[in-house]
Design a binder for this molecule. Structure first.
Ligand code: 13P
Ligand code: SF4
Length: 305
């Protein structure tokens, strides 16, 4: 089968088997073409509870499929490729959070959504890159323990000077591969290009940015801007997607190294097998874990809307 035949087969099976495909923006173009919704982590969480279909397939990484299952417990939720996980989600566990709670009893504990369901049970709020500042502003506590991404945390801290942030030493290994030397070199080669970066980048990259935002935010900005050239400081699949979306503009990766091998793991064939019912992993969550972990996610959806 070639790509187009496989896509046609997926479209037919989706209808027949009442399946919705949610894809994170870092998925490949052939997967975007068969997805019902493509977006950032916040958008995916919102869509998870809205989808009318009985089966939801997540083309992304494990914590995203877990969040979908939490928000749609009665639906069958599949992670298209069971090997796709976010290394940042493994940087801290629930015991680390309980320890932080003891150390900072007056603080609100805020977790990036890139964490496990078990860890989310112990935190007060969840945020995504696109919803973080909006949600943090509404939290009554002055002290905020922000885990696990210290880069996203410090970007939020810059914008919320009235809050006192406690950051831990974690982050996205993909985005942290970009260093100052890369941004200097690419800016020198393309001095008229706008620099659009994700808040998971290091502070040394952030200071060169014309715009900082989630994957969806970056794509929106590139589409709306009058500039003709852009340097993209996020996972490099977005460079290719933007070329398709804006054929009259030119996009350069900030660094050739910005590839998330976990996001790249899922193939169109994985989607085909999951829609057909012969592949993917059915997400199962213990009822207590689900109920406790759902609280911070529901707060996020309520406060971020
Ligand atoms: P967003 O999709 O929320 O921008 O997050 C990026 C990311 O790294 C997801 O794993
Ligand atoms: Fe995790 Fe970073 Fe990959 Fe996103 S890009 S899944 S945060 S490692």
């Amino acid at each position: 089968m070639n790509t187009r035949e496989l896509q046609d087969a997926i479209m037919e099976l989706k209808k027949k088997n009442d399946v919705c495909i949610l894809a994170h923006a870092y998925q490949s173009q052939d997967i975007w073409d068969v997805a019902d919704y493509v977006g950032d982590s916040y958008g995916l969480s919102v869509q998870a509870s809205k989808a009318p279909q009985q089966t939801i397939i997540m083309s992304g990484v494990r914590f995203m499929a877990e969040s979908v299952k939490m928000l749609s417990p009665d639906k069958k939720v599949l992670l298209a490729n069971p090997g796709a996980s976010c290394p940042m989600a493994a940087q801290m566990d629930r015991d680390d959070i309980l320890e932080l709670r003891k150390q900072y009893p007056d603080a609100a504990i805020v977790a990036y959504i890139n964490t496990t369901a078990d860890l989310k049970r112990a935190v007060d709020y969840c945020v995504t890159s696109s919803s973080a500042v909006k949600i943090l502003k509404q939290i009554p506590n002055k002290q905020i323990v922000f885990i696990p991404d210290c880069n996203l945390g410090s970007w939020c801290e810059e914008q919320l000077p009235d809050k006192e942030f406690i950051l831990v030493n974690g982050g996205c290994p993909t985005h942290m591969r970009m260093i100052e030397r890369d941004v200097k070199a690419i800016k020198e080669a393309h001095p008229n290009a706008e620099v659009l970066v994700h808040p998971e980048v290091l502070e040394e990259i952030r200071k060169y940015a014309d715009y900082i935002g989630s994957t969806t935010g970056i794509m929106k900005r590139a589409q709306e801007s009058d500039s003709k050239e852009f340097i993209i400081g996020t996972e490099n699949s977005i460079v290719q997607h933007l070329q398709f979306m804006c054929p009259d503009k030119v996009f350069y990766p900030l660094s050739k190294e910005t590839v998330c091998h976990n996001m790249a793991l899922t193939t169109l064939m994985d989607i085909y097998r999951a829609v057909e019912g012969t592949g993917g992993e059915v997400m199962e969550l213990d009822d207590q874990v689900r109920t406790e972990a759902l609280r911070p996610i529901e707060r996020m959806v309520e406060m971020g809307g």
